[in-house]
Design a protein around this ligand. Structure first.
Ligand SMILES: Nc1nc2c(ncn2[C@@H]2O[C@H](COP(=O)(O)OP(=O)(O)O)[C@@H](O)[C@H]2O)c(=O)[nH]1
Ligand SMILES: [Mg+2]
Length: 251
C-alpha cells in the first residue's frame, strides 16, 4: 500500500512518516520511505528515495537566482520532470508492504499544482493508494477552522481520486478535542455550534456546508495522533487497513 502524507507546512508529515515507519517495522511489515521535499534540512528517517539526490531547494535558489517561494514553485515543476526517475527508484519498483511518501513542506506545491495530481495518477497504477491528510491540532481553535480543514480534505479527495483519511496531529500539545470529535461523528451538530459560536457568511451557508460534508465524508472517526510521541499509530494503522480492505466503509 502507498501512503501519501499531505498537510500544511509544519503539521507533522515528516515526523509521522518517521514514527509510522518505526511502528510498521516493529510490527513486522516491510517499509520503504520516500522524501519528496527538496527543502528539508534534516530527516529523522533514512529515505530509500530522496528528491534531494536530484536537487535541493538551495540549489534552485542559486542556479535560477530565486527566492524561497519561487524556488518552491520551480521544485514542483522539476518533480514533474523527474517523475520517470522517481518511479524507477526502489520504493516504486520493488515489493514492500508499505511505501510511505513524505511530500513537500508547503502543501500547495503538491495539492494546488499539477505535480501532485500527476504523481498520484502514476501511483494509482501501481497499487492501492491512501492519502493521510494531517491536520495540525494547534490550528483547530474554532468551528470554522475545523470546517475549513475538513473541506480541504474533501477537495484533496476529489482532486487525487483516492481515499483520504483525515487525522489530527500534535494531540500531546493541544487540549480539548471533544468538539471536533462530536462534530465528526455527527456533522449536523455543526448547525447548533455555528449558531452559538460564529456569525457572518459561515453561519448563513452552514446548511449547504453540512450537506457537502455529509455527502463526501468517508471517515466518521477522528484519528488523533501524536507523531512526535508515537501515540495513536495503531488507530491510524487500523483505519488504513479498513480503507485498503473495504475501500470506503469506515463505520
Ligand atoms: N508536540 C508535537 N510536535 C510535533 C508533532 N509532530 C510534529 N511536531 C513538530 O512540528 C514541527 C514540524 O514537524 P514536521 O514533521 O517537520 O512537519 P512537516 O513540515 O509537515 O513535515 C517539528 O518541530 C516537529 O517536531 C507532534 O505530534 N507533537
Ligand atoms: Mg516535512
Amino acid at each position: 500500500m502507498y501512503v501519501v502524507f499531505v498537510g500544511t507546512a509544519g503539521c507533522g508529515k515528516t515526523t509521522l512518516t518517521w514514527s509510522y515507519s518505526k511502528w510498521l517495522r516493529g510490527n513486522g511489515f516491510t517499509v520503504a520511505l520516500v522524501n519528496l521535499d527538496p527543502g528539508v534540512h534534516k530527516l529523522p528517517y533514512n529515505p530509500d528515495f530522496d528528491i534531494r539526490r536530484i536537487f535541493t531547494l538551495s540549489d534552485l535558489m542559486i542556479k535560477y537566482n530565486l527566492g524561497p517561494n519561487a524556488a518552491f514553485i520551480k521544485s514542483g515543476e522539476l518533480i514533474l520532470e523527474y517523475l520517470d526517475e522517481i518511479f524507477s527508484s526502489k520504493p516504486f519498483s520493488e515489493d514492500y508492504d508499505y511505501v510511505l511518501i513524505d511530500t513537500p513542506g508547503q502543501m500547495e506545491i503538491f495539492v494546488f499544482r499539477d505535480t501532485g495530481r500527476e504523481f498520484m495518477r502514476r501511483l494509482r497504477k501501481l497499487g492501492s493508494v491512501v492519502v493521510v491528510y494531517i491536520v495540525d491540532g494547534e490550528l483547530v481553535t474554532s468551528v470554522s477552522d475545523l470546517i475549513t480543514l475538513w473541506l480541504m480534505s474533501i477537495l484533496i479527495q476529489s482532486k487525487f481520486e483516492v481515499p483520504v483519511v483525515p487525522v489530527v496531529n500534535k494531540v500531546d500539545k493541544v487540549g480539548d478535542l471533544t468538539l471536533p470529535e462530536v462534530i465528526v461523528k455527527n456533522p449536523s451538530k455543526l448547525r447548533e455550534c455555528i449558531n452559538v459560536l460564529e456569525r457572518g457568511l459561515l453561519a448563513e451557508v452552514i446548511g449547504d456546508v453540512i450537506s457537502i460534508i455529509e455527502k463526501a465524508s468517508q471517515s466518521i472517526r477522528l484519528v488523533k495522533l501524536s507523531a512526535l510521541k508515537s501515540e495513536g499509530l495503531e488507530e491510524l494503522h487500523s483505519i488504513l487497513y479498513e480503507v485498503f480492505c473495504t475501500c470506503g466503509d469506515l463505520t
